[in-house]
Design a protein around this ligand. Structure first.
Ligand SMILES: [Zn+2]
Length: 433
């Protein structure tokens, strides 16, 4: 057995619970060790204590670097990788001007595979080891992403976009076609290796109630699949939904009545929620994906984290590339901090990190696989350099000098100043990728 053991030395950090529940709900070993065998976590702890049990096994030494679970990005459009940073007004204009034309190209299997490869490499380079991604209306877009993720043994959650109105003809399906294609993709890919299927009605503007009902039925038929969609991102969007569905009292009710409000549903954005919507999201244990770089870029608004926390909502963090402007979850945490500053809520570095590691894994019912270093979890982890730029190095030296080089300041510096340069290595199931 011993020859399969891998040892990693460094500053080992992971959460055991929410920092909102308990401020010290994490393990942090400044001189720590992570023990991995056959792709799984065996144990972690203080180097001096644990290393004695593994004499003679070589140690990969990342001393002074942070070893932590890989990031989970709960809302991202792989099909929009090419259109990141495109100037273009607000959500609905941006969809028409850039998104829909880019998604048309995914009818080509070569194009889909090329972008899937770019997308996964970009995620791994940024330390993201799991994501929930939107593909396009084309089944081949899903197959390409699952296939490339499988080559890397990466935990990938994705699904074919369901969209039968209010978009160009060549990227629309119909209720029947969307349902047949989704069912066949679930049968072929869901729970094959580390792949999980996500039933993906884009949002209420581009799906008829009939199609949303079909999506709800599919989830009822396969209850361990996920659902992803968008909710209350933009005020024009909300007005448009309510005019398309006049017999509904609010936006959430459209998803609620069609069977899409579940504890496996990830709602992107949720910026303009009423108290009533928050209560229903909370009692359903639904999941929110807060996407700060996208919300700022498209001028959608400021997500209300204090309100979400008050209602005990499960909020996760996400890039929303390519409404979002960076693949980096470090940048995303930094922008989330600034958004909450404007809400008068200077969110802590621990709360931010929790929401894209263990907090997200728990929301997705995956905490026994990812997001932490509990024995038996998959060894998806990253090695992070606190000072990959000269500015971070100078900041570090200052904090060391004044005796404040502690974990909160280390993490906060990464969130405000870090990007892909900070990610020194990414491991999936114990293999460096
Ligand atoms: Zn989105």
């Amino acid at each position: 057995m011993n020859k399969d053991i891998q040892l990693f030395r460094g500053e080992v950090f992971y959460f055991t619970d929410s920092p909102l529940e308990r401020k010290d709900a994490y393990y942090y070993y400044p001189d720590g060790i992570l023990v991995v065998s056959e792709g799984k976590i065996v144990e972690s702890g203080n180097y001096d204590v644990i290393h004695t049990r593994y004499q003679g096994i070589p140690v990969t030494d990342y001393s002074g670097k942070l070893i932590m679970p890989g990031f989970i990005d709960s809302h991202i459009h792989y099909s929009q990788s090419e259109i990141i940073g495109m100037y273009g007004c607000q959500l609905l204009d941006w969809l028409n001007d850039y998104t829909f034309p880019a998604e048309e190209a995914f009818s080509s299997p070569e194009h889909a595979e090329q972008i899937a490869r770019f997308f996964i490499r970009e995620l791994l380079k940024n330390g993201t080891t799991t994501c929930m991604a939107y593909a396009t209306v084309h089944p081949i877009s899903v197959e390409s992403l699952f296939a490339v993720a499988s080559e890397y043994n990466m935990c990938m959650l994705t699904g074919k976009v369901l969209m039968n109105r209010n978009a160009p003809e060549n990227i629309l399906d119909t209720t029947g076609k969307g349902e047949t294609e989704t069912r066949s993709l679930i049968e072929s890919w869901h729970r094959k290796g580390r792949n999980r299927y996500v039933i993906t009605p884009r949002f209420a503007i581009t799906s008829t109630l009939d199609q949303l009902e079909s999506a709800g039925r599919l989830h009822a038929e396969y209850p361990d699949t996920y659902i992803q969609t968008h909710l209350s991102e933009n005020k024009d969007e909300i007005a448009s939904v309510l005019s398309l569905c006049p017999e509904h009292s609010d936006y959430l009710e459209v998803y609620e009545r069609t069977g899409l409000l579940t504890d496996h549903t990830v709602f992107g954005h949720c910026i303009h929620l009423s108290a009533k919507e928050c209560e229903r999201l909370a009692s359903a244990k639904a999941i929110i994906a807060h996407c700060p770089t996208s919300n700022l870029f498209l001028g959608s608004g400021l997500f209300n984290m204090p309100q979400a926390n008050y209602y005990n909502l499960q909020t996760t963090l996400a890039t929303d590339v390519a409404g979002g402007t960076s693949f980096s979850m470090l940048r995303t945490m930094g922008e989330a901090y600034k958004v909450q500053q404007l809400n008068g809520y200077p969110i802590s570095s621990l709360e931010l990190l929790y929401k894209c590691t263990l907090g997200c894994a728990k929301a997705l019912h995956l905490e026994n696989e990812i997001g932490n270093f509990k024995p038996g979890c998959n060894a998806d982890f990253i090695v992070v350099d606190y000072a990959s730029t000269s500015s971070q190095q100078l900041r570090k030296e200052h904090l060391v000098r004044i005796g404040k080089w502690n974990i909160e300041n280390k993490l906060f510096g990464l969130q405000i100043l870090g990007d892909d340069r900070a990610i020194q290595a990414t491991y999936l199931m114990g293999v460096q990728v």
